[in-house]
Design a binder for this molecule. Structure first.
Ligand code: B12
Ligand code: SF4
Ligand code: SF4
Length: 319
């Protein structure tokens, strides 16, 4: 066991995290000091804004108590990883959101979190830490704001002063007590601006800080799994995810690009279409699937799956 003070331990953990490719680090308490987040979440669920993402409604209570994720949790360490790639051009067959141009971020982040938890265990034997990225019922943006990683933008993303919205969030819940970092002042980023609300092609940002997933193209192109999209969904050029409200944000211009190798833009995505996987009239569905997994198996595209992507490609309007 290393004889660190809580402050030294926190500094050393930050160093480990930065060496592992994270760019932002902060610590907050398990109970959110700002009650509006949980209230807003409940309202969001009650109003049905989660669309068909039932897992968000099912584990509603757990979001109020991270104790249920890690018993006796004392600190929530929030981490941010810059995923910005060089500015995104239109792909030849539509648009893939920037977060999905490299490897699937879950694959990139999870092993790094595991290593950090192991490192913590070595420093404080008997402690327990768990890393989460999306999978646990945790309001990641609210915790990141509380830990001072950035503030909420009206587009509902967490925005950092240097990296803009182009950051993935992850958390380590730990039984170790670590000194907290300070939140930033809330309203500063968005004062006098509503560019994201104007840019959203579907009116999914129904009010500042409020996104209705039933209107959001990110939801329709990734999460909605049915054979056909409803006719009224204006896919425009989106084939996977949507960045319109991020691209429009003055905070998201000229941000540094990621230093994580796996998150670099994958060139083969520029040519992504059904033909790049093989001529559908010549190859079986099974071969097409295999080819898709072979080429894109480590990217986020597999979350939607080939069938949904082909549906989107067929529906998207390419200019
Ligand atoms: C479900 C989900 C979605 C859904 C719903 C999005 C949403 N805004 O909630 C869909 C599929 C649409 C989606 C889309 C995207 N997602 Co998503 N998604 C999630 C997930 C799994 C849960 C989010 C959640 O709990 N939403 C519930 C609602 C109630 O939360 P909310 O909209 O943020 O509402 C808060 C604010 O309204 C705030 N609030 C209320 N009133 C007020 C008033 C003021 C003044 C303020 C300041 C705040 C405030 O309180 C609410 C609760 O905190 C998180 C991971 C996680 N576990 O947190 C990733 C996450 C939010 N997604 C992420 C990403 C990258 C995206 C996309 C950019 C992907 C893309 N390009 O297509 C888009 C962005 C769309 C957008 N404008 O938000 C990142 C965001 C990183 C960041 N910098 O913020 C996350 C954190 C994943 C990660 N681990 O990095 N996503
Ligand atoms: S991701 Fe696209 S559809 Fe969803 S709120 Fe932002 S601009 Fe609107
Ligand atoms: S576009 Fe303007 S209002 Fe929207 S998040 Fe960015 S700064 Fe805030």
């Amino acid at each position: 066991m290393t004889d660190y003070s809580p402050r030294q331990l926190s500094n050393a953990l930050q160093e480990q995290a930065f060496a592992a490719g994270f760019d932002l680090f902060g610590v907050t308490t398990p109970q959110l000091a700002d009650g509006k987040h949980l209230a807003a979440y409940r309202k969001w669920i009650d109003q049905g804004c989660y669309a068909s993402m039932d897992y968000l409604a099912q584990r509603c209570e757990e979001r109020e108590s991270p104790e249920r994720i890690v018993p006796n949790v004392q600190s929530v360490v929030m981490l941010g990883m810059n995923y910005n790639t060089s500015s995104r051009d239109n792909l030849s067959n539509g648009r893939i959101a920037r977060f999905a141009l490299g490897a699937d971020y879950h694959r990139v982040i999870r092993p790094r979190l595991r290593e950090l938890c192991q490192w913590l265990k070595k420093q404080v034997p008997g402690s327990h830490s768990r890393g989460v990225v999306d999978t646990a019922p945790l309001l990641e943006k609210a915790y990141a704001a509380a830990a001072g990683l950035g503030t909420f933008g009206k587009n509902s993303t967490l925005i950092n002063e240097k990296f803009g919205s182009w950051i993935f969030l992850a958390a380590i819940l730990t039984t170790i007590e670590l000194p907290q970092t300070e939140p930033l002042s809330e309203a500063s980023f968005c004062e006098g601006c509503d560019a994201c609300l104007k840019a959203c092609p579907t009116g999914a940002l129904v009010a500042p800080y409020q996104l209705d997933a039933r209107r959001c193209l990110s939801y329709w192109t990734i999460e909605y799994q049915s054979e056909q999209l409803p006719e009224e969904v204006p896919l425009q050029q989106s084939i996977f995810g949507c960045d319109a409200c991020l691209d429009a944000c003055p905070r998201n211009q000229n941000c540094p690009t990621t230093r994580v190798q796996e998150l670099q833009r994958r060139e083969e995505l520029d040519q992504f279409d059904s033909k790049s996987l093989g001529n559908p009239s010549e190859v079986s569905n099974e071969e097409l699937e295999q080819q898709f997994k072979h080429q894109f198996g480590d990217t986020s595209l597999v979350r939607a799956g080939l069938r949904v992507l082909l549906r989107n490609l067929e529906t998207a309007r390419v200019e």
